[in-house]
Design a protein around this ligand. Sequence first.
Ligand SMILES: [Cu+2]
Length: 122
Amino acid sequence: MALHHRLTSMALLTFAALVASCGDKATNPNNNPPAALELNSGNMPTGRSYSHTFANAGTYNYFCTVHGVSMSGSITVSGTTPDSVLVTIGPGNSYNPASASVKVTGTVRWINIGSDHTVTSH
Ligand SMILES: [Cu+2]
């Protein structure tokens, strides 16, 4: 009886430790799924455009997943103007302008006049 009671207590303690362990993992931000990308155009063949409206101020860096970080750009979101900005992709592996600014709640539209590219946050 005493042995059985001790084993049951050990089993319960082990179970409680496992539950606590799982709880710790669930609240560990390092194990959370990655946040959705702010910019994620997917592949853009020539002629394709992609638009994104920025809700929050900040600097948003992006690159082309086809050509790597050597093809990069950034959007600065701040202030009250302009309402929108156009970024041309190409010719060549470049965003023009590479750095652009738009107001908070403003929209950036990329239009691709080159080969396949993407607009992807990094
Ligand atoms: Cu590219």
